[in-house]
Design a protein around this ligand. Structure first.
Ligand code: SF4
Length: 363
């Protein structure tokens, strides 16, 4: 069945488990329990992730009986394309519908080094960052690992048409991945599996708002996957104003967990800092941030915030962005300003879904 056919069928009932929710080891167990040799699982895995079919009937090196059994017991994740926006810079943003009529955003970004995919881990988000449209309707539900995987497989299928690859993944779409930790880790393990999509661990970044217990857990996972932290303020008081999650996990505890992560992994941490006009973008904020980060192996990514009408947040003036950057750099902090992608298509987190929800309310 083609993607188009799948979209038309628009499966609305989740009657069977998603094949993408099964690891290779779980598929091996399933094969053995169903009287098949263990190696069948690797063949299925290859059809799913390397040949990237959307229907069990296409798995032609399996017996007809096995294909029918798979079809009886599993389904593929259906991502129906509600809208798609293509930016002049090559960014493509999708609003996908899930089987239960929820909508999620996935973005393919084109860089000179390849294509990266930004995935969503939850329908909505309960973290409540004040500059973020994704959190406006609260959290609806967690995505399963398979639903996160499907976003990357779908992106790769789209890129297959022009012989290109998903070269990196960022978990920076809607949701707090560390509030959906187990499914996120399952997703990551599938992404890096050498028999699957085989994405290099160092080309994957997971971004958290600072769910401290799971930063420790992630540090102990023994992976090479990058960690980014949405910091957005140089101190506890201001961070609590911008990010309510800071009241649950205070600034100093977040920093301590990051030091643990760094000690354990030796990896450089990315600090995401959304610059909000007149709020956290003053020279003294840059000075304070430089002080906090002075002993850390890190990189600061400055993100000029998009206008958020609900909060009346405005963008920092260009000259002030450069001043902020210069102050950090003068203190020896590695810092860049995020290249804005898809600005003309509302590529910032949650904006497309928020518009869609608004429309549904009106309908
Ligand atoms: S920025 Fe991320 S963690 Fe914060 S509310 Fe938005 S989706 Fe949630």
């Amino acid at each position: 069945m083609s993607i188009d056919q799948l979209e038309r069928t628009g499966v609305n009932e989740m009657t069977k488990p998603f094949i993408y929710d099964y690891t290779l080891e779980e598929l091996e167990q399933w094969a053995v329990e169903n009287g098949e040799p263990k190696f069948r699982a690797a063949q299925i895995y290859d059809w799913v992730y390397v040949k990237r079919v959307n229907d069990f009937s296409e798995m032609t090196n399996l017996s007809k009986a096995l294909r029918e059994k798979l079809d009886d017991q599993f389904q593929f994740v259906t991502l129906s394309e509600i809208t798609k926006f293509e930016s002049k810079d090559g960014t493509v943003k999708f609003l996908f519908g899930l089987h239960d009529d929820h909508a999620i955003e996935t973005v393919i970004m084109k860089h000179n080094y390849g294509n990266s995919v930004c995935v969503t881990t939850q329908v909505g988000c309960r973290v409540g960052c004040t500059f973020c449209a994704s959190t406006l309707g609260g959290l609806k539900r967690n995505l399963t690992a398979g639903e996160i995987i499907a976003q990357v497989v779908r992106s790769q299928q789209i890129l297959d048409e022009r012989n290109e690859r998903v070269s990196s993944i960022v978990i920076m779409g809607t949701g707090e991945p560390f509030e959906n930790y187990d499914e996120t880790m399952k997703f990551l393990r599938t992404m890096i599996h050498e028999k699957g999509l085989n994405i290099g661990q160092r080309h994957i970044t997971v971004s958290t708002s600072g769910i401290v217990p799971n930063i420790y857990k992630f540090a102990d996972e023994d992976t090479q996957i990058n960690l980014a932290i949405s910091i957005h303020a140089p101190n506890d008081k201001l961070r609590s104003k911008l990010m309510p999650v800071n009241r649950r996990f205070p600034f100093d505890d977040v920093m301590e967990s990051l030091r643990y992560y760094q000690g354990k992994t030796g990896r450089r941490i990315t600090f995401e800092y959304a610059l909000i006009g007149g709020v956290n973008d003053q020279p003294e904020h840059a000075e304070e941030l430089a002080g906090v980060l002075k002993d850390m192996l890190c990189h600061v990514n400055l993100i000029p915030v998009n206008y958020v009408p609900e909060r009346k947040y405005i963008r920092t003036a260009r000259k002030d962005i450069f001043q902020f950057q210069r102050i950090l750099a003068d203190h020896g902090v590695n810092v860049t300003i995020r290249r804005e992608q898809g600005h003309d298509i509302a590529a910032a987190c949650g904006q497309l879904r928020a518009k869609h929800m608004e429309k549904h309310k009106e309908a």
